[in-house]
Design a protein around this ligand. Structure first.
Ligand code: GRF
Length: 223
């Protein structure tokens, strides 16, 4: 199988996938492309260390072309839509074509101008999100979970790998894992424990999805 991995930062989850492809954790699977929205993402270094071709696809030119009149710092819907249209071209023109796109520490919302062409090409997308289904969707999930714990509202949080649909972080979960929260634990300590769980789950979520893709192909289910 060929994976395209989308990243935005450190790439510790990309690294987990790189290591899994090298071991028997993800048999006959390789990452054939890394795409980052940030030129300074350390994940790009991890990709080049593993001789994986990478591309930087920045949102900045789109923000300049389609400014957000009300909030100049933020991107406008047009900028995001145009950005994602070109991101789909990047992802689909790649050779070999990816069997699966994995969002690993990817921080941008994927609009229908990306999701539709990718779905039409029969390619699934999965995403890592450091929260349990239906809880703390969107940004700073870990920070918000920690606040809820300090307020006595929750005792545990978790991590999930889910299919990507238009509603942010709301797609069908592929695999989830709970993370118990601890009295007096700092946000940094919680984050470190959550990242550990992420690294295992991103591999397991990818493995299960590829298994399902393989089965569907065997059953003659098309792409
Ligand atoms: C993860 O919590 C991810 O959800 C968030 O950044 C953390 C690690 O990302 N976006 P990375 O794989 O180390 O870049």
């Amino acid at each position: 199988f060929n994976l395209t991995v989308l990243i935005s930062g450190n790439g510790s989850n990309l690294q987990a996938l790189i290591d899994a492809c090298a071991s028997s954790a993800l048999p006959s699977t390789r990452i054939t492309r890394v795409i980052s929205n940030k030129a300074d993402a350390y994940g790009l270094t991890r990709a080049s260390n593993a001789s994986i071709p990478s591309t930087v696809h920045s949102l900045d030119p789109y923000k300049a072309r389609f400014p957000n009149a009300k909030k100049p710092k933020l991107s406008s819907p047009e900028a995001r839509s145009e950005y994602c249209k070109d991101l789909a071209k990047l992802a689909l023109e790649a050779t070999p074509k990816p069997d699966l796109i994995v969002c690993a520490g990817w921080m941008l919302i994927l609009t229908p101008t990306f999701l539709t062409p990718v779905a039409e090409a029969g390619i699934k997308i999965i995403n890592l999100h450091p929260a349990l289904p239906g809880e703390f969707d969107g940004i700073d999930a870990i920070g918000r979970a920690h606040k809820a714990f300090l307020a006595g509202e929750i005792k545990r949080t978790g991590v999930m790998i889910h299919e990507v649909i238009e509603d942010v972080d709301a797609g069908q979960p592929v695999v989830t894992q709970e993370v118990e929260m601890r009295e007096g634990e700092s946000i940094e300590e919680l984050e470190a424990r959550i990242h550990e769980v992420e690294h295992g789950l991103i591999v397991e979520g990818t493995r299960r999805t590829l298994l399902e893709i393989g089965e569907r192909r065997k059953a003659g289910g098309g792409a």
